[in-house]
Design a protein around this ligand. Structure first.
Ligand code: IPE
Ligand code: IPE
Ligand code: MG
Length: 258
């Protein structure tokens, strides 16, 4: 089933006073939006709740972002859900997250099917607990034929690890005599990453005010536009996304040119 676009007024029915959805230029919608979803812990802390409650609250923001991106015709949405460094958190939080991923994926799958979204995963899936791994793999298989938005979840993902894996893959091809060392160029490396064929992100959003990349898509974001908002992830709604998109459309992407 094809991706269906919805009119801007339907996607943004009740905008805050300071923002006009009509400012959004539908002819210049980014192809790929990537999000570092941050601030769940601080959101929970500010309410006197456990960190896990912040992660639970963040699920609604994910659902909304997927729907809005799909409605606007954004082809790729990539969300950073768990980094290779996040294993260093307290075991209880890691377990709660892994459990939540499995549960949420299972619950959200019918909705994703309805959206015609395709689920993809970047990161080392093999190291995830069995149930989490199984639900992700199931969702990937079930949505394979859909041609709406591609939702890529970065789970147990690290940008450096992705590059290490790519280098190993190419090194093996050279060792096996399947390619020559000097045939390796930037395109070859892009093609050896976890999601070959996916265009680089046009817009990279990070919530909660942190101005760092935290090992996220370090190769792919070489020319992405970076948008940081103080808003914590559970508070990031469609109007926050609209702000980011309008800001992005005001940028002058020069790619080194004048
Ligand atoms: C982002 O929120 C979610 C994950 C990293 C899984 P955090 O849990 O990092 O929230 P803060 O940064 O501690 O507020
Ligand atoms: C980045 O957030 C990872 C995810 C959003 C999944 P972190 O909260 O782990 O990043 P740092 O530790 O603040 O850099
Ligand atoms: Mg954080």
């Amino acid at each position: 089933m094809p991706q269906r676009l919805r009119p801007i007024v339907e996607v943004f029915p009740a905008p805050p006073k300071d923002i006009d959805p009509q400012q959004l230029d539908m002819t210049r919608i980014p192809r790929h939006v990537a999000i570092i979803m941050d601030g769940n812990g601080r959101w929970a802390k500010s309410r006197g709740l456990e960190r896990a409650a912040g992660h639970e609250a963040g699920v609604a923001s994910v659902r909304e972002a997927i729907r809005v991106c799909n409605d606007l015709g954004i082809r790729f949405l990539t969300i950073y859900a768990f980094s290779t460094e996040n294993w260093n958190r307290p075991q209880g939080e890691v377990d709660a997250l892994m459990e939540m991923f499995a549960e949420t994926m299972a619950v959200e799958l019918p909705g994703l099917e309805e959206e015609c979204a395709r689920v993809n995963l970047i990161g080392n899936i093999g190291e995830l607990p069995m149930r989490t791994r199984d639900t992700f793999e199931h969702s990937i298989e079930e949505t394979e034929g859909n041609d709406g938005l591609t939702l890529t979840m970065a789970v147990n993902y690290g940008g450096r690890h992705e590059l290490v894996d790519a280098m190993r893959l190419l090194a093996r091809e050279v060792a096996d005599g399947d390619r020559t060392w000097d045939s390796i160029d930037a395109e070859t490396i892009s093609g050896a990453l976890y999601a070959p064929g996916m265009p680089d992100p046009d817009l990279l959003i990070r919530t909660s005010g942190e101005q760092r990349i935290s090992n996220f898509m370090i190769w792919e974001t070489a020319y992405s536009e970076f948008y940081v908002t103080e808003t914590l992830w559970p508070d990031f709604d469609r109007y926050e996304l609209l702000r980011a998109l309008i800001d992005y459309q005001g940028r002058d992407r020069r790619f080194g040119r004048v």
